[in-house]
Design a protein around this ligand. Sequence first.
Ligand code: S3P
Length: 172
Amino acid sequence: MKENIALIGFMGSGKTTVGRLLAKQLDMKFVDIDKIIASREKKSISDIFQEYGEQYFRQKEREIILEESIKNNVVISTGGGSVIDNENMKHLQNTCFIVFLDASVSCIYERVKNSKHRPLLQNIPNLEEHIEEMLQKRRFLYEFSANCKISVSLDSNLYDTVDLVKKAYINS
Ligand code: S3P
């Protein structure tokens, strides 16, 4: 069994909520990559994107993923775009059991439609269609990088999802 668990998946798939609960139940430490970036930079993710651009954010994301993945006994909630970078996935694959939270488009849409802190989803005329397109481009990366995939829909119960992740990890 790998030391750590990493949760990957699109924005709004529940990585942070599931990860926090999972860490508590397994007595592991919970880390949220975006939270660490924001706290180090003393700025919100939106402000980082706006002031320094996405490239800068991706660089910080890479640094923190490397730092956190080499720790022990952690549940890592990654940002939805971290799979774009091959190095990120290599680092996570070395030390983590990687779980793809595969949320449906309608579920993602409902969860992110009023979100103000996701710079890549602001001021998009047809948000649901945009999510579907982005997810289509990223789906392969999520599936390819993960050791296991858990489906999430609007009807999913949070505790059931956590249980499924936990069982998959324990049986790994
Ligand atoms: C991003 C997802 C966000 C955050 C940033 C970029 C992405 O994290 O890292 O806004 O490219 O999908 P969440 O998946 O936690 O929303």
